[in-house]
Design a protein around this ligand. Structure first.
Ligand SMILES: [Zn+2]
Length: 293
């Protein structure tokens, strides 16, 4: 083979292709290990341990072997996830993420998520599902604490203010005033066949979250403007229904994981299961296909 004659582009393409195949076959090899261990096959092949066996045959590290066997044990009663491990279809790091939250009953749902969501979005969902089991999602405390940073001089004023008996009413009035002011400077929704979002609307939406993702508690930079009403259905750019999202939350939104998406972001929360498939999600699917996602 004359690699010296390849262009940079072709050389890189080969690296990518072989790298992908190498990863796939490594995963397939790893998928065999639980059965090898069960039979103790490595002993009959003159290996002192399964680690030696895996290192000799596939150059696998002890750490990876441990992970694979641990994940396999966790997936024993979850046939669909187990199949993803054994077939080498998915990486064991990705499967390990969900191995501890998935149950026999939710096996299929988690298997779907592992296949369709990127690692990072999966991580968000796993964290969410851990929180869900820890707290009752419908529980609403009567009062809660808010923390924010401000200038010392404002902080002293605020600390005095909160002693007032009618503090909560004052706060409510202040927030309503702020909303009214925001409403007054909000650009009009634009009905158009152009996908291009008018500059004034984009600026308004970005300023609303200071260029950060609009999902509550998310502090990542916003990377794309997301139409919550599905632009392709209505052809309207509406500042109330346009929100800046980070890549993870945009992905989750397109997969139907954001509940109350049509309401302002303070009402959003993550679903454990994607929404029913309607016209909107069909369009999302097309968007995903178009993106190659
Ligand atoms: Zn986000």
């Amino acid at each position: 083979m004359k690699f010296t004659k390849l262009s940079d582009k072709d050389l890189y393409a080969l690296c990518k292709e072989y790298g992908q195949k190498a990863r796939f076959w490594r995963r397939r090899f790893a998928g065999l290990l639980p059965e090898v261990e069960r039979r103790g096959l490595y002993r009959r092949r003159r290996c002192g341990s399964i680690y030696e066996f895996a290192a000799k045959l596939a150059g696998m590290s002890k750490e990876s072997v441990d992970t694979v066997l641990r994940v396999a044990r966790k997936l024993e009663d979850k046939p669909q996830l187990k199949e993803l491990l054994e077939s080498g279809a998915q990486s064991w790091t990705k499967l390990e993420r969900v191995a501890y939250v998935a149950t026999h009953e939710t096996d299929g749902d988690w298997a779907d998520r592992v296949v369709t969501l990127p690692q990072i979005a999966l991580k968000v969902l796993v964290q969410n599902s851990r929180l869900e089991t820890a707290v009752d999602r419908n529980f609403q405390p009567e009062k809660t604490t808010v923390e924010f940073e401000t200038f010392p001089r404002l902080a002293s004023k605020f600390n005095q203010l909160k002693k007032r008996a009618d503090f909560n009413e004052v706060l409510e009035e202040f927030l309503e005033m702020l909303e009214a002011r925001e409403e007054a400077r909000k650009p009009q929704a634009v009905s158009t066949h152009s996908r291009h979002i008018p500059v004034a609307i984009e600026q308004f939406v970005r300023e609303r979250t200071n260029d950060l993702c609009a999902f509550p508690t998310c502090t990542k930079p916003g990377t794309s403007l997301h139409h919550t009403q599905r632009w392709a259905l209505e052809n309207i750019h509406d500042p109330d229904r346009l929100h800046l999202l980070c890549t993870d939350h945009e992905r989750l939104a397109h997969q139907g994981y954001i509940e109350n998406e049509e309401l302002p972001p303070e009402h959003w929360r993550l679903r454990n299961y994607p929404a029913e498939r309607g016209a909107a999600s069909l369009i999302d699917e097309l968007v995903n296909v178009h993106r190659g996602g």
